[in-house]
Design a protein around this ligand. Structure first.
Ligand code: CTP
Ligand code: MG
Length: 233
């Protein structure tokens, strides 16, 4: 039986949220946002969960989230880095025994089992697979002065979400190469595999509810998504 690990990222500063508490620890229905995705992986077929957080929040995570809610699949809590990709790299090093890995933003609390299942299956079938959704807005490429350069065909555009799922040796190799020769503006894991190894990435459906909580108004949206998917309101 092949094993899958999950890496949950919670080492960001949350600068766009502009709150005193980092966004992954803000409370949503009395529990920290980070709890929800850890719980989703706890209830999934993954065999180990690596939680990556700030050096100064590791003790809080252990006591107030992992132990408090009996999330016993969390086998390691490791310190992240200044950029998301450094946090991922640290997480990859902490995986003990897995063939595949799902990398997930701890700021996406509404991760449901069907998405975990699709990304796990995609990793097995294609080696690299990302949860994504068709974009709803028309996207334009602009120059630094804010003038439009180009309008890509919307029907070909997808917004990337997480989990991003990979064969573990493949993504480890890609990140090892990235750490040796860093590139600018790494915003997801798929682009590391694309740029370092030329890997073909399969997109599978995430969900529009699989929101990444980023700015203050997202907290209001999160309350209503919570009610819709977990309270059937
Ligand atoms: N993340 C991380 N380590 C970093 C940066 C980000 O583990 N150095 C995590 C965040 O905690 C979040 C996820 O990666 O769960 C996605 O990042 P993002 O939404 O950009 O969160 P922040 O970087 O915290 O927010 P901001 O960019 O507004 O500062
Ligand atoms: Mg960020």
């Amino acid at each position: 039986m092949k094993k899958t690990a999950a890496i949950v990222l919670a080492a960001g500063k949350g600068s766009r949220m502009k709150s005193d508490v980092q966004k992954q620890f803000l409370l949503l229905k009395e529990k920290p946002i980070l709890y929800y995705s850890l719980k989703a992986f706890q209830d999934s077929p993954v065999s180990e969960i690596i939680l990556v957080t700030g050096a100064d929040t590791m003790a809080y995570c252990k006591k107030e989230i992992v132990e408090k809610y009996n999330l016993d699949k969390v086998t390691e809590i490791v310190a992240g880095g200044a950029e998301r990709y450094v946090s991922v790299y640290h997480g990859l090093q902490a995986v003990a025994d897995a063939d595949y890995v799902l990398i997930h933003d701890g700021a996406r609390p509404f991760l449901q089992q069907d998405i975990i299942q699709r990304t796990m299956e995609g990793a097995v079938l294609y080696g690299a697979c990302v949860a994504a959704m068709p974009v709803k807005d028309t996207i334009k490429i602009a120059d630094p002065e804010g003038f439009v350069i180009e309008t890509p065909d919307r029907s070909a555009l997808w917004g990337m979400q997480t989990p991003q799922a990979f064969e573990l040796p493949l993504i480890r190799k890609a990140y090892d190469m990235l750490m040796e020769s860093p590139v600018q503006n790494v915003t997801d894991d798929a682009m590391v595999a694309e740029q370092m190894l030329g890997t073909k990435i399969k997109l599978v459906y995430g969900a529009y509810t699989n929101l990444k909580i980023t700015t203050p108004e997202d907290m209001d949206v999160a309350q209503s998504i919570y009610s819709k998917i977990w309270e059937n309101i």
